[in-house]
Design a protein around this ligand. Structure first.
Ligand code: ZN
Length: 344
């Protein structure tokens, strides 16, 4: 029995030594496995009881049980102590963290004002049955001029107005009307499309002129299309663009080589009742050029002008953006200035 007593004392000593030197959950778990698990050292001693006599069992049984329970209690106390320490460290870490010292600014980007406006314009026309179409910015003389009934000696071909490329007959498109031709060539009739995109003019820049701006072009070809269809479409579009405001239009005769008759359309100023700086006190704003598609243009893409007619209109999408949002300088639009762009 003295042998067993010795064993218990030694075991107890090494258990408490190892328990006290544990300071992490991992270390104390090792102590548990070594001493208190089913295959641990305490269980080994407990197992010895089976060789004891009945008398000895009666004496040592309760003692060994108490020994085991005491160790388990000490273990739990130490475990709790470690857990509290860890928690305390975590809390103090958080308390020492100064939330005001670092401010992380997550600034979200936004779509360019012209992209937003283009999407709005396309949605309005989609609701009227027009399909958005696109074409290349580098064009040929044929699509940009010839097919649009623009004669070789027309001033629009002047070197001052057009960016010609080094390759003969190639240029940067001066209007989105070229997309009309490309669309008519490959589409079945009737046809209703709206083309938006960048166009280029070789001219001096100032607050209201730029070498690059966005245009918006519409085309509708069917049997018996008249100016009345054009006016109705434009009025509906402008009212929707200016948030449902009732817009009136007035029409002045004008000349564009690719339409006959041709017209300039003005709209009532959506910003005032009796004149303001936008409409220069006139209550009217010049907004677009339009007309019935010239028979020569229809012929150039193989459409019989005796069977079909159509209207076309073109306006500056950039100018619309400037009007709608009160932008004073056209050059801001591709300046890349963040302060300007994030307003929209
Ligand atoms: Zn006005």
């Amino acid at each position: 029995m003295a042998n067993l007593k010795d064993k218990i004392t030694k075991l107890e000593t090494s258990f408490f030594e190892e328990l006290k030197s544990s300071s992490t959950i991992e270390q104390i778990e090792e102590v548990r496995v070594k001493f208190l698990s089913r295959k641990g050292l305490v269980q080994d001693i407990m197992a010895e009881i089976k060789n004891f006599s009945v008398e000895e069992k009666r004496e040592w049984g309760p003692k060994l049980n108490k020994f085991k329970t005491d160790l388990e209690e000490s273990f739990e106390k130490q475990k709790e102590k470690i857990q509290k320490q860890i928690l305390k460290q975590e809390i103090s870490k958080k308390q020492n963290f100064d939330v005001s010292s670092t401010k992380i600014n997550v600034s979200q980007g936004n779509l360019h004002v012209l992209t937003k406006l283009t999407q709005q314009i396309e949605n309005i026309f989609l609701s009227m049955g027009f399909k958005p179409v696109y074409g290349p910015e580098v064009e040929t003389d044929f699509y940009n001029f010839e097919a649009l009934n623009i004669a070789k000696d027309h001033p629009a071909r002047d070197m001052q107005d057009t960016f010609w490329l080094n390759t003969p007959e190639m240029l940067l498109r001066t209007h989105t009307s070229s997309v009309q031709i490309r669309t008519m060539e490959k589409s079945n009739l009737p046809l209703a499309v709206v083309a938006t995109g960048r166009v280029f003019r070789n001219e001096a820049t100032d607050a209201s002129h730029d070498y690059m701006f966005n245009q918006l072009e519409g085309l509708y070809i069917d049997k018996n299309v008249s100016m009345a269809n054009l006016f109705g479409t434009i009025k509906t579009f402008l009212s929707a663009l200016f948030d449902g405001k009732e817009i009136s239009i007035r029409v002045r005769p004008s000349f564009f080589p690719f339409v006959e008759p041709g017209a300039e359309i003005d709209m009532t100023c959506p910003f005032c009742e009796n004149g303001c700086s936008v409409c220069k006190k006139t209550k009217w704003i010049e907004i677009l050029g339009a007309g019935l598609v010239h028979p020569n243009v229809l012929k150039s893409v193989g459409i019989d002008p005796n069977k079909y007619s159509g209207f076309a209109f073109g306006m500056g999408a950039t100018r619309l953006a400037m009007l709608k949002y009160g932008i004073k300088d056209i050059r801001l639009l591709h300046s890349g200035k963040i302060d300007f762009l994030k307003q929209f």
